[in-house]
Design a protein around this ligand. Structure first.
Ligand code: PLP
Length: 401
């Protein structure tokens, strides 16, 4: 079916909660995706940080299809090997004690919110249940995670929203310390705010948050849905901050393209989550876990070195391009600020025309390439971005308005 027909049918029958690019993707290999008419795209989005091994990695695809041929689902009433295998690897890699599996980032954060509140209830009783999150954060689209998201634009239309969430500006330890009271049970944060504009937190601030949590016995939840599983050059972004949270949530890149979410818990939080306390029909699904096992196995020292080397190459190249003002983020989670008059959305559209797929986050251009990218892939992306930016004329204030 040609692109025009695919787009027309989709527009007619699929609920349009997304502003889709006018691009149909039919197949992919490595860093490249192809459209029905043979269009070729270099993909620096990886499906928003999901396709960590690129398109259709052979080992990943074989593990997934082998498991699909063997046993596709059992429910959590029975044991299957891939789920426990993945949980063990995640615990060994991160120093956490137990894992709960769900299907998405939002669901992982829901699980973390529940586990934090359960810990607080078990140790302090009722009424100590408030979770403090950061302004400009993003934690998901369910009602509770929307409420947790510290952006007013998300707190519309769908109310009533949940009680028990408060917000403080990122980086401001005094505001946070002042807000903590006898109702506070946890602090939830992203180390690099992704959707909020690719903004990394200051390491000193993060250490101060950890110290505050220790002092008041608050649960520190780190949302690594976007930053986790190698994205920033370490398995968890926490490693950059030398941080030990009580709860870590993972999702996006973990499954290599299949839906999975995980809540990693330390011993003290895991203790309270006994049989019946939480669940998810699809959670720990063997096909999905078979894929995730390949992703985690692939992330050895050499793999992570490539992530770091490519990140340096990409950032060094980007800094030299015209109209680029500054770069943000860590590793292969890259935000680009442009000089005045250059709109990230215009750059995105122009890149697409030249066969490079990129993202935006707030006012920034955002790059989340597959972690398997080569030096040549980086050169190609820099070449296209260079051409686009060289040809871009800054708009006047009237034109942008
Ligand atoms: C994408 C994202 C989520 C939501 O994940 P879904 O899988 O879309 O539910 C939550 N937190 C962060 C930091 C994210 O980037």
């Amino acid at each position: 079916m040609d692109s025009e027909k695919v787009i027309k049918r989709d527009n007619e029958y699929v609920l349009h909660t997304y502003g889709r690019n006018p691009v149909v993707l039919e197949k992919g290999h490595g860093l490249y995706a192809e459209g029905p008419e043979g269009q070729k795209y270099l993909d620096f989005t990886s499906g928003i940080g999901v396709n960590s091994l690129g398109y259709c990695d052979l080992t990943w695809a074989e593990a997934v299809s082998e498991q699909a041929h063997k046993l596709q689902h059992t429910s959590n009433l029975y044991y299957t090997a891939p789920c426990g295998k993945l949980a063990k690897k995640l615990c060994k890699r991160t120093g956490m004690s137990k894992v709960f599996f769900g299907n998405s980032g939002a669901e992982a954060n829901e699980g973390a919110i529940k586990a934090a509140r359960k810990y607080s209830f078990d140790h302090y009783g009722k009424g100590r249940d408030t979770i403090i999150t950061l302004v400009n954060s993003f934690h998901g689209r369910t009602i509770a995670t929307l409420t947790a998201t510290g952006q007013e634009v998300f707190h519309q239309y769908f109310g009533p929203f949940n009680d028990g969430f408060q917000y403080v500006p990122a980086g401001d330890i005094n505001s946070l310390t002042e807000l903590v009271d006898r109702h506070t049970c946890a602090i939830l944060l992203e180390l690099v705010q992704g959707e909020g504009g690719v903004m990394a937190l200051d390491p000193e601030y993060v250490q101060a948050v950890r110290a505050l949590c220790d002092e008041k016995d608050l649960i520190l939840i780190v949302d690594e849905v976007q930053t986790g599983v190698g994205r920033t050059g370490t398995f968890l972004c926490c490693e950059h901050y030398n941080l030990k949270p009580d709860l870590v949530t993972l999702a996006k890149g973990l499954g290599g393209g299949l839906p999975i979410g995980a809540v990693l818990m330390n011993e003290k939080v895991a203790e309270g989550m006994g049989p019946g306390s939480h669940g998810s029909t699809f959670g720990g699904n063997p096909v999905v876990c078979a894929g995730a096992n390949v992703v985690v196995d692939r992330m050895d020292a050499a793999f992570l070195s490539n992530v770091n080397e490519r990140a340096v190459q990409l950032r060094t190249g980007l800094a030299k391009l015209p109209r680029v003002k500054s770069l943000s983020g860590i590793g292969l989670m890259v935000g680009i600020d442009f000089l005045e008059g250059i709109q990230a959305a215009d750059v995105l559209a122009a890149c697409r025309e030249k066969g490079l797929l990129v993202l935006t986050a707030k006012t920034r251009l955002r790059l989340l390439p597959p972690l398997t990218l080569t030096a040549h892939d980086v050169d190609m992306a820099l070449e296209i971005l260079g051409e686009v930016l060289t040809g871009m004329q800054p708009k006047t204030v009237e034109e942008t308005a």
